[in-house]
Write a protein that binds this ligand. Structure first.
Ligand code: GRG
Length: 375
């Protein structure tokens, strides 16, 4: 749970613990007051304007004083909708389905995507759409595509040639549950399906085209894949695939690696969500700055969890980074320095969406909540 001693009422949302007590342990955390906005179709004006005027918030639109329980409720409902949509987009099982996708591949893809996870990237996408006055339903295809790309990256990252992990989301990694060839193909299948879903389901087609470009850039050589390669090289992965002693890495290099490896796919949902809402460039840019800051903060917290986290809650091995002598934030800044840097980035994220006004309240709460996650 997020809030430990003294917590009066907590909701545990897959490690994004949310507390409706006003005594948050996060300095400066805001208290959310749920406020229902009727489905008037009228846009509530914020600093940035969007073309879209439809308005059907998923749960509540918080005021400037926001309760953390509103965030918890939102996250629970969003996760449910995302998982329903993922289930529909993924290849089906059964005799008739075999003609479309081999059952073993469908099973491995479904196993990898539907087996838990915080659904942070799709949630960010839905929140961004709503923050720009759009309908979350319109963002579901983009949100699911982001989760598919994320699941693919985890499958491939866990492979023996990469991190060689046997535990993910509290159960066997895909190559352990199936086999390596099936895991590679499940990852490939998810990556390509993600683009199919965006191209076919995001409307209008001009928005779909833009989303394809954003997702490709975030996932590809300039983003996640490039970051993964840079990380392997920094850890001493030789050109011939062998290991050599790790190179000397500076904090700036580490930051550049993480901004691509983890940060890019956490930044993309904000931009995709804003594009789907047909938001003004001002809103797109504000949300992009938010995504850039929380993307890095998320990785710093991940490094901290590898030092301080609970393996059972995390559902993956801990202490691996330090055991392997990996470059991490705690190694450069220590635990306290890393926590301070994460907090600084969360503050940057919050400041970035100032122009969005009250509609950005859930995103503000989420930025603080991510600092306290325990998985
Ligand atoms: C192999 C192409 C390729 C890319 C791998 C993202 C990545 C690049 C590797 C993951 C390594 C890792 C565990 C990084 C730490 C940050 C991170 C992405 C954690 C997992 O994301 P969560 O915490 O996972 O959102 P859940 O299970 O909640 O979805």
């Amino acid at each position: 749970m997020w809030y430990k001693a003294g917590c009066r009422s907590c909701v545990d949302f897959h490690g994004l613990n949310v507390n409706n007590s006003s005594q948050s342990k996060v300095p400066g955390a805001v208290i959310l007051m749920p406020m229902c906005i009727p489905d008037t179709g009228v846009r509530v004006s914020a600093g940035c304007s969007s073309k879209k005027v439809t308005n059907r918030p998923m749960t509540t639109v918080p005021t400037t004083s926001t309760s953390v329980s509103a965030l918890g409720e939102y996250l629970e409902r969003a996760r449910h909708r995302i998982e329903e949509s993922l289930d529909e987009y993924l290849p089906a099982l059964g005799a008739d389905a075999e003609a479309v996708c081999p059952e073993r591949l469908a099973m491995a893809m479904r196993y990898s995507v539907l087996g838990g996870g915080k659904r942070l990237r799709p949630v960010l996408c839905l929140m961004a759409t709503e923050a720009c006055g759009g309908e979350s339903a319109a963002a579901l295809p983009g949100a699911c595509a982001l989760e598919m790309v994320h699941a693919y990256s985890l499958i491939h990252d866990d492979l023996p040639a990469m991190d060689d992990d046997d535990l993910r989301r509290g159960r066997a990694t895909t190559h352990r549950a199936f086999d390596e060839a099936t895991a590679i193909l499940a990852g490939d299948g998810l990556l390509t399906l993600a683009f199919e879903v965006v191209a076919k389901e995001v409307r209008p087609s001009s928005a779909a085209l833009r989303c394809v470009a954003i997702l490709a850039e975030a996932a590809g050589p300039a983003g996640m894949v490039g970051g993964q390669m840079a990380d392997l090289l920094a850890e001493g992965h030789g050109e011939a695939g062998g290991r050599r002693p790790p190179t000397s890495v500076t904090l700036a290099t580490l930051e550049a690696i993480h901004r691509r490896k983890t940060g890019a796919l956490l930044r993309a949902p904000l931009k995709i969500g804003a594009v789907i809402a047909q938001a003004s460039e001002c809103c797109v840019e504000a949300l992009d700055r938010y995504g850039k800051a929380i993307g890095l903060a998320f990785q710093i917290v991940d490094d901290l969890l590898d030092v301080q986290g609970d393996e059972t809650k995390l559902g993956k091995r801990v202490g691996k980074d330090s055991a392997l002598g990996k470059w991490t934030y705690p190694r450069f800044l220590g635990v306290d320095g890393s926590s301070r840097r994460a907090r600084q980035l969360a503050d940057e994220a919050i400041a970035a969406i100032e122009p969005i006004g009250p509609r950005g309240e859930l995103l503000r709460s989420l930025a603080l909540a991510l600092l306290e996650r325990d998985r």
